[in-house]
Ligand binder design. Structure first.
Ligand code: MEV
Length: 319
């Protein structure tokens, strides 16, 4: 579509994006190890764009509603909007961009990447253009670089995927075929975490004690390889053990906190096969592997009683 047509358009454009979870491999993935991440469609973002002549500038005034983003993330979204407008050759700046999100930010659930992807999709819709995955990822990574400093790219990739993602930086990604359905529960510790700060603290540790921390990264990488096999071979109990092992390593990297540790402890006590933090950590959510569907619902109730501020039991389905 020509730029001329865009400026005269009165259409309303929409872009949606779901959330994401990291099953295993967070932090180590920033330093070259693989990670496994899961699309999480129970929560997401919808962006609606309207042309409102002369009323809204392309700055943070597009930022409406109850959604909260850290200042860096917000700045990233503004940059991402600017880059998308330039890429799509949309000269019009009289846009009202409304973002509605059900993803709690700062909880390791990919809020900033989901907002970016939903905004980009809505801008492509506004321009009547189909969006390729490559275009989406490149533009979304503009926002993620502001939000996370040095993102691995895993969040944006998983949000654009429908299957569990096996991801290694600078390597082609792969999708995992599950051996059976897996039932999980995500529980929010109530504390907001800052992925950027967590990623930077791990990078500092790696710099100060390269050999010792590299061994931890390698160990997380090994656990992630084993987790891929466990998912493919339907080895639920083994997967649970691997999640617990990964949590130990994350704790030793200093990215878990008392709130997360408490929920993890109670999840295991109530029969979870494994439990760990998910995402950047130091606040945010845990992911626990339940025994089956009934157990995942029971676990959700229990974790609420133990102080989780939100719980989401969900199934990762074998296709
Ligand atoms: C954040 O969801 C996951 C981290 O590994 C950072 C990243 O991959 O960019 C902590």
């Amino acid at each position: 579509m020509s730029a001329e047509k865009v400026t005269t358009s009165e259409k309303t454009a929409i872009g949606i994006a779901h959330s994401k979870l990291i099953l295993i491999g967070e932090h180590a993935v920033v330093h070259g190890q693989p990670a496994i991440a899961i699309p999480f469609p129970l929560i997401g973002v919808e962006t609606v764009i309207e042309r409102v002549p002369g009323t809204v500038k392309m700055d943070s005034s597009f930022y409406h509603g109850p959604l909260y983003l850290a200042p860096e993330a917000l700045q990233g979204i503004v940059k991402c909007v600017e880059a998308s407008l330039e890429y799509l050759e949309i000269p019009c700046k009289d846009l009202l961009i409304r973002i509605n999100s059900s993803i709690p930010p700062g909880k390791g659930l990919g809020s900033s990447a989901s907002v970016a992807i939903s905004v980009i999709r809505s801008l492509f819709d506004f321009a009547d253009r189909e969006c390729t995955d490559e275009e989406l990822l490149e533009l979304a990574n503009v926002a993620e670089t502001y939000a996370h400093g040095a993102p691995s790219g895993l969040d944006t990739l998983t949000i654009t995927s429908r299957s569990p993602v096996w991801y290694k930086k600078e390597n082609p990604i792969d999708y995992i075929d599950l051996g059976e359905d897996f039932h999980f529960i995500v529980a929010d510790s109530g504390r907001v975490g800052d992925t950027r700060t967590s990623v930077e603290s791990v990078a500092k540790l790696l710099k100060s004690a390269p050999k010792r921390i590299q061994r931890k990264m390698d160990r997380i990488g090994e656990l992630t390889h084993q987790a891929k096999h466990a998912l493919e071979r339907a080895s639920k109990h083994f997967l649970g053990q691997l999640l617990n092992e990964a949590q130990k390593e994350l704790e030793s990297l200093g990215v878990s906190d008392a709130g997360l540790n408490k929920l993890i402890y109670f999840a295991r006590k109530e029969g979870a096969l494994g439990a760990k933090l998910t995402g950047g950590g130091n606040g945010g959510c845990i992911i626990a592997l339940a025994q089956n569907e009934v157990h995942s619902k029971l676990l959700a109730e229990k974790l609420k009683k133990y102080g989780a501020t939100a719980v989401w039991p969900f199934v990762l389905k074998k296709h």
